[in-house]
Design a protein around this ligand. Sequence first.
Ligand SMILES: [Zn+2]
Length: 337
Amino acid sequence: MDPDPHSPPARATGRGPGWYRGDLHVHSRASSGGELTPPQLAAEARRLGLDFLATTEHAGAQTHDQWHPLAADDLLVVLGQEVTTHTGHWLALGLPPGRTVAWDYGIRDTAEPSLDGQLATVRGWGGTSVVAHPYAPYPSGTFMYPYEGFDAVEVWNGAWDSDVPWQADNETALAEWGRELAAGVHRGRWRPAVGNSDAHLAGQLGLPHTVVWAAELSTAAILSGIRAGRSWIAESGEVEVSFTVTGHDGRSAGVGERLAAPRDAPVVARVEVRGVPGGVVSFHTERGTVHREPLPEGGAGAVEWGTSAEEAGFVRVEVRHPDGRMAALTNPVLVGG
Ligand SMILES: [Zn+2]
């Protein structure tokens, strides 16, 4: 890695292979509506126990060169941009320092600059492209492009100007993602879900965030985990989820992985949850919601559901508060094949 005095290191010390928490959609006051400086955001990330964040200013790389002194062994800063086109926003993540993606186009534009051209540019840089808040309830924020060409979808976007981190537009984005997942898994190409705060104001960072399995705490490894769907979304740092599916031979697979299993052999989906008092766990497959069970009173416990590859080509989990708001949701474990 070239030591560049103007950009944050692409690798932090981290804790080796494991789960890392981070927020991939973060605005400083360089973005309209943002009120925090990069030093304030970095301090807040550390206070919340986040391992990484992506800087995603609106339509630019204005703060790429301000993060170098703020990233360190314990905090990875991923360089990015929120690309605010005329007909939807998307996150370009893993950009080279100071590089910018064009934003001045919409669904009707096929000549450059266009969405397809810009997605190809990001791919060429080894970056990752994420659909942002697809059902945002304002003109140009609502995402009108097909998802084709994107690596992941932000099904959970933060509080905006309310104090509730789970909105009706997230419910719609989740429903659409869950519906596409069924066909995607069976065609061998599915698009993972992510959740980010889209923080503009104090108190919003990390609500929600994505927890990613990565071989190390580096931009390349985190984005690879995002693209593979080896991740789940947490409402806050208080929520802990561990989800596996285990076969009759004792082998297990976690989120984003596939458990090879004969079609008729029994498998057990098991989720362990902490930090959701009064919470309700539900399991979802290509047949819809297949099992629902409350957690013990204190909000910590395990829920199991038995199935088979015949019955479930994948299993994913949602954990909700008693009032229906989301506390956590996972990408699927694939079963069979
Ligand atoms: Zn946006």
